[in-house]
Design a protein around this ligand. Structure first.
Ligand SMILES: [Zn+2]
Ligand SMILES: [Zn+2]
Length: 449
């Protein structure tokens, strides 16, 4: 269960992080010259088709701008549950499991400039080099620096190289400075750990590329940790209506506590049948399916007056945020949605979207042969706006400190997402609970006793 004190305010930030760094801006960053190579530490490692195990690995020396941090907390993103829990899922290299984590920097390479020993940092989802074509055009979420690159090993296990620059299911995490963001705050590491990939994505969907507008109507599909973060983000942005579609009852209740104005159980609106083709089939304003859920949501977001010449005329919500995806593992006790592949929801997003509305999608896990079909005329000549994927467009270095600030001021509540914490030895169990969806999210705290 949730470790006592795990979510307490971080005790060491002022002493080891914030103050020393403010002062340190006057001079060169501290450099740890001690060799870290040969240091032994426990890590949750996957190699080949076997399920990962906690083993002892040996750190390689830090070079260039590499950094080494002692992990304090790491979230168990649902995107990794099949790798962890299903025997036979391949892995090309021996890899430290996970993406994202929070910890204290214990050593830095000689060329590291942006973080110092003692800093508390969060691992970024993207490396955000700041120098590639995409980064220079404001799209660090698609940083090209590591794309197609062979990952450099960070450690060894029984003579086998181990990779995993964003893997923090371990006592230590070894990466480069582009992959970390210093955090100067008193919020607990378990809460902050939710930001990488998960909450950062949900918040980014409401704030980054397609910001939710004041007094707008928002529909959010899915109330896992991404969707629940989107609920909080939409509330911060001042949406007047936040409707959440989610099949699991406790998640609907939590959504209401975190800012949703309405919740809908999609299993109560399952009927979906093709529309008979007409001369105008697929053209502007038509849909290919009669869908009970879309009809219900359209009714819920119907404007209160019907005078287009006086500001009315919108059909459907202003914003649609999709955080559902395919079920990688069926939940043990909780109800699945009407379509466990998640593909029907993608169609529903398009069908529900108003003529000039926006759709932001973020999910993964759809079957590899799944196809989304859109009416050609709407796609080619319509005005529906779709922004897909890439972690909600979040620029971790820019946005993680902003998100932490929202935690400090109480505008968002990440404690509500951290359902249970586990020691490293129980990392597999932490992923199992995430897969079962018994709580919104689980966090591994390596030193938890
Ligand atoms: Zn993830
Ligand atoms: Zn880049």
């Amino acid at each position: 269960m949730l470790g006592a004190g795990t979510l307490a305010a971080h005790p060491s930030t002022d002493a080891r992080g914030a103050l020393s760094n403010v002062e340190g801006q006057q001079g060169a960053p501290a450099i740890a010259t001690n060799a870290q190579g040969g240091r032994r530490y426990r890590a949750f490692v996957k190699w080949g088709p076997a399920r990962p195990e906690v083993v002892e690995i040996v750190a390689r020396p830090l070079t260039g701008n590499m950094v080494l941090m002692r992990v304090e907390a790491a979230q168990t993103c649902y995107t990794s549950v099949d790798q962890v829990l299903i025997e036979g899922t391949p892995a090309n290299n021996a890899t430290v499991v996970g993406h994202g984590g929070v910890g204290i920097i214990e050593a830095v390479g000689p060329q590291c400039m942006s973080v110092r020993v003692g800093d508390r940092v969060i691992l970024n989802l993207h490396d955000a080099c700041g120098r590639c074509y995409n980064c220079l055009r404001g799209r660090s979420d698609k940083c090209a620096a590591q794309q197609g690159q062979q990952q450099q090993p960070i450690a060894d296990f029984q003579g086998r190289p181990v990779v995993g620059r964003t893997g923090a299911m371990a006592e230590l995490a070894i990466t480069t400075e582009e992959y970390v963001t210093p955090i100067f705050a008193t919020v607990s590491s378990a809460e902050i750990s939710m930001l990488t990939c998960v909450a950062g994505c949900g918040l980014g969907m409401t704030m980054t590329n397609v910001p939710v507008e004041v007094a707008s109507d928002v529909v959010i599909f899915g109330a896992g940790p991404v969707g629940l973060s989107a609920v909080m983000g939409a509330k911060v942005k001042g949406a007047s209506r936040i409707i959440v579609v989610e099949p699991i009852p406790y998640r609907r209740e939590l959504a209401l506590k975190l800012g949703a104005t309405d919740v809908v159980d999609p299993n109560q609106y399952r009927e979906r049948k093709p529309v008979k083709p007409t001369a105008n089939f697929g053209g502007p304003g038509t849909t290919l399916f009669e869908d009970a859920l879309v009809t219900h949501l359209r009714d819920m977001t119907r404007m209160s007056f019907s005078r287009p010449w006086a500001g009315s005329g919108r059909v459907g919500p202003d914003h649609i945020l999709e955080a559902v995806g395919g079920d990688r593992i069926r939940p043990r006790v909780h109800p699945q949605g009407p379509d466990p592949t998640g593909v029907t929801v993608l169609h529903q997003c398009w069908e529900l979207c108003s003529e000039i509305g926006s759709i932001v999608t973020s999910s993964v896990g759809h079957p590899s042969n799944a196809v989304v079909q859109l009416p050609a005329a709407q796609w080619a000549d319509g005005s529906k706006h779709h922004w897909p994927g890439t972690g909600g467009g979040t620029n971790d270095r820019r946005d993680s400190p902003r998100h932490v600030r929202l935690m400090e001021t109480g505008q968002i509540n990440m404690k509500a997402l951290v359902g249970r914490t586990y020691p490293l030895a129980q990392a597999r169990e932490a992923y199992q609970v995430a897969a079962d969806r018994d709580v919104p999210a689980t966090v591994v705290v390596p030193n938890l006793t």
